[in-house]
Ligand binder design. Structure first.
Ligand code: NAD
Length: 469
C-alpha cells in the first residue's frame, strides 16, 4: 500500500498551502527577498562550503551560483505581477452572460532534488521558481556536496518561512524515502539512470515532473571560424568546474583543415588560464569524489593524451586533458564524460559531424563555431537538443529570458525566468455563469425537436456559427 504524508514536515507544508498563505503575491515577494538576503549575508560561507566540497574558486562560485541566483531573483521580482495575471477568454453567445478566464495556479507542495555539481544553484534556482509560483517546497540537496548541503539546510531556516519550505538532507535512501511520499510536483536534476527511477516513483502517485538530466554536448568548429576565440571559449567552458558541468562541451568536432590550429590554440588557452601546472592554480577545481575520479581515470587509460593527462588520487586532481585519435566507437564516446577530458574528432564534411551527433543520444546543448549563416541554419535545423548556442558556450543557459531544459534522454520540462514560473504553475480555468436564463434545452427528456436543435448548436461549434444563435 502506498504511504501518504508520513513525514511530519510534509504535513506542516500541506497545511500551509491549504491555508492559502503562499498564494498571496506579497508572501511570494517577501520570500524571494528573504532568499536574496540569505545569498548576500551568507555569500562568504557559501563560497567556503563550495570550496570545501570541490575546491572551486570564490569567483566561479559567484558567477555560477550566488550571482546567478541573485539575478534570477531580481528578474522574478520584476516580472512576478505580470506573470500571475489571469487571461480572459471569449465566451460564445449561448453561454452568456458569463466570464471565462484562466490563471497560473501553484501545484501545492513540490519536491526539488538537486545534483552536486552546482550544489546551490540546482536547489535554489528551482526553489525561486517554485516560490514565485506560490508553492511550498521540500529541498533535497545532493549528499555528494555535503558542506553546501549543510549550509542550505542550516541557512534557509533563518530566512525563509519554515511553514512553507524545508530542507531534508541525506543520500540515496533519503531520496527514495521522499519519493514514497505524495508530492504535487517533482523537479529532479541528476543523471539519466536515476531520472528513470524518479519518473517511475512519480508515476505511482501520478505526480507531474521535470527531469533535468545530462548528455554528451557536442561542439562543432567549422572551417569558417575564428579559431583563437573558439579555442579560448571552449577551454573556459570545458574546464570550468573541472568539466563537471551538465552543459560542458563533451567533445569537439573540428573541420580537418583547422584541427592542428585548434589543438594548438586550446593548449595555449589552458596555459593562459591555469598556468604551466594547473594543479597549482586556485581557479582549477577537483573531482568531486573517488568514484568519479576512478571512472575518469579508466577512460583516460585508453589513450595517450594529446595534452594534459596528469592525475593525483590524493587530491582527486585530473589535469585539463585533450584527447586525439578518438572515434565515435571509442569508450569515451559511449557516455557523458563529466570531467576534464576533451576528445577532439576531425571531420571532412558537416554531414559527417551531424551524423556523429545524431548517433549519440539527445544532448542538452549543441555548440557551433561558424561565421557562415548557412551552416548556422543547417545545424539549428538538424539539431534535437535542449538548446543551441552559436559562437559561444553555456551562455544560452545564463539568460533568464530563455527556457532551459532538455529533450529525450537529456530530460524534459524547462526552467529559468518565466519558464520556471510556468513549470511550477498549472493553468486553472474558471467559468463564471449567470444563473438565468436557464432554458430547458439542456435537460432531459430529449425530444427529437430538442435533439435536432442541439445538433445544430453542437455542429456549429468551432465554425463561428455558434455566435450567431
Ligand atoms: P547526484 O549523485 O548528486 O544525484 C542527484 C540527486 O539524486 C541527489 O540529490 C541524490 O541524492 C539523488 N538520488 C540518488 N539516487 C537516487 C534514487 N535512487 N532516487 C532518487 N534520488 C536519488 O548527481 P548525479 O546523478 O551524479 O548528477 C550528475 C548528472 O546530472 C550528470 O549527468 C549531469 O549532466 C546531470 N546534470 C544535469 C543538469 C541539468 O540542468 N540538466 C544539471 C546538473 C547536472
Amino acid at each position: 500500500m502506498q504511504k501518504d504524508q508520513v513525514l511530519p514536515e510534509l504535513a506542516v507544508l500541506r497545511e500551509t498551502f491549504q491555508q492559502g498563505i503562499t498564494k498571496e503575491l506579497k508572501w511570494r515577494q517577501s520570500q524571494l527577498l528573504a532568499l536574496d538576503t540569505f545569498l548576500v549575508e551568507r555569500e562568504r560561507d557559501i563560497a567556503d562550503a563550495v570550496h570545501d566540497d570541490f575546491r572551486k574558486s570564490a569567483v566561479e562560485t559567484f558567477l555560477t551560483e550566488t550571482g546567478y541566483l541573485r539575478g534570477e531573483i531580481r528578474f522574478a521580482l520584476k516580472h512576478l505581477k505580470s506573470w500571475t495575471k489571469s487571461q480572459r477568454v471569449s465566451v460564445p453567445l449561448i453561454y452568456q452572460p458569463a466570464k471565462g478566464y484562466y490563471s497560473p495556479a501553484p501545484y501545492g507542495v513540490v519536491l526539488i532534488i538537486g545534483a552536486w555539481n552546482y550544489p546551490l544553484n540546482l536547489c535554489l534556482a528551482p526553489l525561486i521558481s517554485a516560490l514565485a509560483a506560490g508553492n511550498c517546497a521540500v529541498i533535497k540537496p545532493s549528499e555528494h556536496a555535503p558542506h553546501t548541503s549543510s549550509i542550505i539546510a542550516e541557512g534557509l531556516v533563518h530566512y525563509l518561512d519554515r511553514r512553507a519550505v524545508c530542507v531534508i538532507e541525506g543520500g540515496v535512501e533519503v531520496a527514495k524515502g521522499l519519493l514514497e511520499e505524495r508530492f504535487d510536483y517533482i523537479f529532479y536534476t541528476g543523471s539519466y539512470a536515476i531520472g528513470r527511477e524518479v519518473m517511475s516513483a512519480a508515476a505511482r502517485h501520478l505526480t507531474p515532473l521535470t527531469l533535468e538530466l545530462g548528455g554528451k554536448c557536442p561542439c562543432i568548429v567549422d572551417q569558417n571560424s575564428d579559431i583563437r576565440v573558439a579555442a579560448r571559449r571552449i577551454v573556459w567552458a570545458k574546464f570550468l568546474n573541472a568539466g563537471q558541468t551538465c552543459l560542458a562541451p563533451d567533445y569537439v568536432l573540428v573541420h580537418e583543415t583547422r584541427e592542428a590550429e585548434l589543438l594548438r590554440s586550446m593548449q595555449e588557452a589552458i596555459t593562459d588560464f591555469y598556468g604551466d601546472d594547473p594543479r597549482l592554480s586556485p581557479d582549477y577545481p577537483r573531482i568531486v569524489n573517488d568514484q568519479h575520479f576512478r571512472r575518469l581515470e579508466t577512460l583516460l587509460n585508453d589513450f595517450a593524451p594529446w595534452s594534459g593527462g596528469e592525475t593525483d588520487i590524493e587530491e582527486r586532481y585530473i589535469a585539463p586533458t585533450i584527447l586525439r585519435g578518438v572515434t565515435p566507437t571509442s569508450e569515451v564516446m559511449q557516455s557523458e564524460i563529466f570531467g576534464p577530458l576533451l576528445p577532439v574528432i576531425a571531420y571532412k564534411a558537416l554531414e559527417e559531424a551531424l551524423d556523429i551527433i545524431q548517433s549519440v543520444k539527445e544532448p542538452l546543448a549543441i555548440y557551433l563555431f561558424s561565421s557562415d549563416s548557412d551552416v548556422q541554419e543547417r545545424v539549428v535545423r538538424h539539431s534535437r537538443s535542449g538548446g543551441v548556442c552559436i559562437n559561444d558556450l553555456l551562455f544560452h543557459a545564463a539568460l533568464y529570458t530563455l527556457p532551459f531544459g532538455g529533450i529525450g534522454s537529456s530530460g524534459f520540462g524547462a526552467y529559468h525566468g518565466k519558464a520556471g514560473f510556468e513549470t511550477f504553475s498549472f493553468k486553472q480555468s474558471v467559468l463564471k455563469r449567470a444563473l438565468y436564463p436557464d432554458p430547458a434545452l439542456r435537460y432531459p427528456p430529449y425530444s427529437s425537436r430538442k435533439i435536432s436543435f442541439l445538433r445544430r448548436l453542437v455542429l456549429g461549434w468551432g465554425t463561428g456559427q455558434l455566435f450567431l444563435y
